[in-house]
Design a protein around this ligand. Sequence first.
Ligand code: ZN
Ligand code: ZN
Length: 605
Amino acid sequence: MISLPLTLKLKQTMNKLKLIIVSAMFAAACGQPVDTKKTEQVNDNSDQRFDGFKDRFIENLWKIYPSWASSQGYHRYDSILVVPSEESRAKENAFVQANLDSLKAYDLAKLSSNNKTDYYLIENQLKELLWNNQSYKSYEWNPSDYNVVSGIAELLNGTYDKLDERLMGIYGRLKNAPAYYESAEKYIKNPTKVHTQLGMEQNLNSVSVLEKDLVDSVKKSGLSEPVKKEFQTRINSAVKSVKAYAEWLKTMKNDTPRSFHLGKELFEPKFQFDIQSRFTAEEIYNRAVQRKKELHKEMYKLSIQLADKYKCKVDAKDTLKTIRTVIDAISLKHVNRDSFQADIEKRIPQLVEYIKQKNLIYIDPAKPLVVRKEPAYMAGVAGASINAPGPYDKNGNTYYNVGSLSSWPAEKAESYLREYNYYVLQILSIHEAIPGHYTQLVYSNQSPSLIKSLFGNGAMVEGWAVYTERMMMESGYGNNEPEMWLMYYKWHLRAVCNTILDYSVHVLGMEKDDALKLLMDEAFQQKAEAEGKWRRVSLTQVQLCSYFTGFTEIYDLREELKQKMGDKFNLKAFHEKFLSYGSTPVKYIRELMLEDLNSEKTQSK
Ligand code: ZN
Ligand code: ZN
């Protein structure tokens, strides 16, 4: 395993989100397309033609973006490294334009729901690619955009083919490495300080993959001697280029670095592309601020109620401090470090049973979740996460990885166990597994769509997981114990404050001190967690908004349908129908569900 710098890990964490989205498209053959009646009514071959278009589109996309293809498990173009330049971007833009034109040939009204939503996702993706090149332009200000080694490491550690085959992909890629970094130096202008630092660290820290792991692999491979020799030459010049790039970043004269605060004029469009919400970023921010106030009020009420039991003092003048004291006291109830994994494992069947009893959503017993100890390459990451196979990995399993704390120093383990205490640990499994991410995956696999696997909507995926936490609490999960509610609110506050933080930092210019205050004083987070979040928000934009935005839109939609349907509303049916559309932006699911409701009404008249 390559030892990764913290920052690369951050990137991987975010890729995990992509992994979650990326569903096993071929997994289930029992699925039915979401909506077949309309196509039958229309009785033309629009869907068939559109399916053909999608196949060609993906084929061509991978030709233009070979490294992206490799990272998604499509390995035909592994050996190609595109040198970024005006020409390469012009080629990308032409590809985008041509495909936007092709889309115009399809009448949305004649497509099935599955294809309609695929259409929206393709269109959005294309427009975002264009916007990236023309407005966002991170290739000018984010030096960590340039990294040859991370992709090579993925190929080297891959299991998709024999070593010699994987090495030949890397061999081809290395050829362009020097030109690639020359180009980087040519296009970078006044980069931000944090991204310059990140680019330097990531490139430098990854160089050992070339110098050591790759060299060793070439030696033990079955490649011919002349190829091995030329391979070594290419490795040497790539190493030289990576080091020279890092040195260039380190010594670069940059008197007017760009601010990492993105600014409203870029944040709003990025929000629209990444989240695809029917609300603006500003509207969601205002909702989050309002929600924080409500949560504090509710949390204070519960804290007063619990104060005696936990021998805590109530301070009416400092309500936040009162809440914090009670939270700290409740957090002492946690599992033993040695039973951490066992506890999570035994929780899964309990959750399934509870959901069945309460009639919340159908859970297919034929697809149980495989709970496993975290694999060696993930060692050290505690907690739990869902690991789904990529879109081209037909036979891959979906795992619930559970980390072990047994090798941690006592103090670190204790702090972690308090954070993931008896109550929060249950919410974690609801979010990650059942009925959160894992359940969503199983449903989305029933209408397989390569497009949704590749461009699926992160806000819908995260929003669903956050929504299920709330839904479970409303159903009476945990016997409505005040401790459970208080801890749920604390957990939920994290999603709310992610949005407040992201918008405040990038649009309103919030700086570190105020950010830490927000997270620690108002969201009751530990210092280490808050610091980590600060780093994440200074390096990324918009992604932190996905949790609360997705949640808000799903919750709103449910309430809207409840109101419109009255007695006919059924929670279980709502959940199943909602998930049947796959990882589609909530605003489109809403349109389709309202459309269906209206047509049912007309039919019954
Ligand atoms: Zn303890
Ligand atoms: Zn999640």
